[in-house]
Ligand binder design. Structure first.
Ligand code: KIV
Ligand code: ZN
Length: 388
């Protein structure tokens, strides 16, 4: 049996950290229900200690969602961890996700703490959290830019204290795939008892490599949890996109050899819901969920997909929630696509000669108009055709 890749969605926490993407608790609940429909394994519902509103959102989601683990983020201190535990009380399965920065830059300039203090705080926090919850995730923030020896000491310590998931964030999207994958692998090799925890990747998209880095963390590093968001929403340039990573692992199962629980036919609805809620428009050429992801405009491609869809489609549009693929008629379209559209519209022309005449008119129109709609075609053939 293939290994399982755990999908941890943080749209409602890291996604919401995207400037302008803040959501009400009812909006968050609606999205959480859609994530549950998607069969996301872990939903990070918010950061309970950050505000009363977020506390209530985590509480509401924890009470309503039954099929996914519900997680709250918390800094590595007793107050935050207690708030997270309190908000998660109603959950069927709860996780506390605690973090502290471990890079020299963050420790010195932001936390103003010595490495020894950070190590001690990590130990104390995980020990405290473990008394409140069985499922504890620990993240060394800015982990990828941290000193390897120090990071190994911190991670060894938190695993010994009972952390069950170790997440290694590339907080600022600085990683490149091979190096990030190797980084995770080295950590897993060097940290004693590394097999007592599930290893997780959390990549930001500042250089457009969040998905590629996450995949390398899985393939090279052996991570078995990916943190991601719908539409790649998140701080600055965003996080690893759920729809892209899930479809990459599913489509290339021959290479990754992993199973994911996600019910992919709910992906498009989730994308639309997040886009409408936040007002963040999805670009047309966005993989999987963009309007053009399964659209064909060139005559050669249209002819190909009309004969066999896999000539130019590596996934089925229907598998991610589209009703079908799309043949966009325009100046690049060929006679075959035009004829197929006539047939789909129930238009029968008398002879091939009539088809040729109508096609010539269509091409003339297409030079003036960027997209031809069904109404345009019906108007073009209204004299010669018999419509059924
Ligand atoms: O990017 C990051 O480092 C985070 C952590 C809090 C996990 O979001
Ligand atoms: Zn993040």
């Amino acid at each position: 049996m293939a290994d399982q890749l755990i999908i941890f969605d943080t749209t409602l926490r890291d996604g919401e950290q995207s400037p302008g993407a803040s959501m009400t608790k009812d909006e968050k609940l609606r999205i959480a229900r859609q994530l549950e429909r998607l069969k996301v394994d872990v939903i990070e519902a918010g950061f309970a200690a950050s505000s009363n509103g977020d506390f209530e959102a985590v509480q509401l989601i924890a009470g309503a969602i039954k099929d996914s683990t519900i997680c709250s983020l918390s800094r590595a201190n007793d107050r935050d961890i207690s708030r997270a535990a309190e908000a998660l009380k109603g959950a069927s399965r709860a996780r506390i996700h605690t973090f502290i920065a471990t890079s020299a830059l963050h420790m010195e300039k932001k936390l103003r703490m010595t490495p020894e203090q950070v190590l001690e705080q990590s130990r104390q926090s995980v020990r405290f959290a473990r008394n409140l919850c069985d499922d504890i995730e620990f993240s060394p923030e800015d982990g990828y830019r941290s000193d390897m020896d120090f990071l190994c000491r911190v991670l060894e310590t938190v695993i010994a204290e009972g952390a069950t998931t170790i997440n290694v964030p590339d907080t600022v999207g600085y990683a490149v795939p091979e190096l990030y994958g190797q980084f995770i692998r080295t950590l897993r090799e060097r940290v004693p008892n590394s097999d007592k925890a599930i290893w997780s990747v959390h990549c930001h998209n500042d250089l457009g490599m969040a998905v590629a880095n996450s995949l390398a963390g899985v393939k090279i590093g052996g991570a078995r949890q990916v943190e991601c968001t719908i539409n790649g929403l998140g701080e600055r340039a965003g996080n690893c996109s759920l729809e892209e990573i899930v479809m990459a692992v599913k489509t290339r199962k021959d290479y990754y050899g992993l199973d994911v629980n996600i019910d992919t036919k709910h992906i498009l609805a989730a994308s639309r819901m997040v886009s409408q809620t936040t007002g963040f428009v999805v670009q047309p050429n966005k993989a999987v969920v963009g309007a053009n992801a399964f659209a064909h405009a060139s005559g050669i491609h249209q002819d190909g997909v009309l004969k066999a869809r896999d000539t130019y489609e590596i996934m089925r549009a229907e598998d991610v929630g589209w009703s079908t693929n799309k043949i966009v008629l325009g100046k690049l379209s060929g006679r075959n696509a035009f004829k197929q559209r006539l047939q789909d519209l129930g238009v029968a022309l008398e002879s091939e000669g009539d088809v040729n005449t109508a096609f010539a008119r269509f091409k003339e129109l297409a030079d003036r108009k960027s997209e031809i709609f069904d109404e345009d075609i019906l108007a073009l053939v209204s004299d010669e055709s018999v419509t059924h």
